[in-house]
Design a protein around this ligand. Sequence first.
Ligand code: HEM
Length: 349
Amino acid sequence: MLYPRRNRGGRFSKKAAKASCASGEASVSSNRRASSSIRAISAAGSPFINRRVIASACGGFAVRAAALARAWASSWSAGTIALTSPDLIVPPAPPAPSPASLGWLRASVARFHSGAEHVRSRSVLTAALERADPDRLREVARRRTAELLDGATEVDLMAVAYAVPAAALAEVLGLGDPGGDVAVVARLYLTGPADGEAAVDEDAAVARLVDAAGGQVDEETAAVVALLVQAYGATAALIGNAFLGGGDVDRTVHDDPPTLATRRLATVDTSVDGIHIGAGEVVWVDLASADLTFGAGPHACPGADQAKAVARGVLDALAGATLAEDTVEYLPVRNVKAPTRLRVRLPHG
Ligand code: HEM
């Protein structure tokens, strides 16, 4: 979908967003396999709700989203209740088919576990993350960005924003260079392959990332690889949105969040703020309207400080760069708001 460039007030035009719906529809529908029966939990009270409901319309569930949006008086409490309810879990990953594969990665990490098992595997993850000092990450991200930009006059900032975070994290965590493997794995990490869909490239990329992390096929390696993959899309989006917002990372987190929504599966019949959710139903929880950019509850992002540090490091190296295009196109997906590309002119070019 196509949105106009941010204006001084930092908002997008609703009219222009509406006009963009048709262009987003085809691509969004390719996402439906993972979400055809999913309905949206959205929320009222945010200046961004209109844009987001319009964006949802391209994916075919706007009417329900809008109705639910009206039903919830407090966006923050509804989102928080949904993310902390023991009745709503992250859709689990199936058991691992073979070691060092995409399935093994998903089955081994905190992201797709719940309850006591989640608490245990998350402690492995947070122990690994403690090795990623935010100040050092910022400096490594700045240096790596400067190296990528060296001699260039114009670049696609999003290409830089996708490349640097995982590489910087890998360096700080003492791993080998992940190259393009994180991007390959990230494509199917959150949803897993569809029924019958092969994941040959993803499996091979996971195996190489395991090697880059030392070669042990165990839970600690899975946690470290998962950190790189989790950092990939959301941090790139944060960098792109923060550049468009004048470089202020903290303000972007609240005013133009990259993470729009996340999924939860109801294990029993339950309700959130008076909205009934049937057992087995998967719902989208609206994060952006609820100002829950880094989530909430047991699965809340443990890498928020690292993510902001990497974003600041990349933007440090881009000081003085200016946007070289008039309109910004966004990925036609419902869970992340990320520019597809951002041509920028560099000051020394
Ligand atoms: C260095 C970069 C990052 C790392 C290492 C990282 C790591 C993680 C990990 C490991 C989880 C899963 C935690 C669990 O399930 O217990 C997670 C969840 C999450 N992250 Fe991050 N993340 C990064 C960047 C970001 C950014 C930039 C955003 C948004 C601006 C973000 C938003 C979220 C959200 C919303 C969740 C919760 C998802 C849910 O509850 O379903 N993360 N992150």
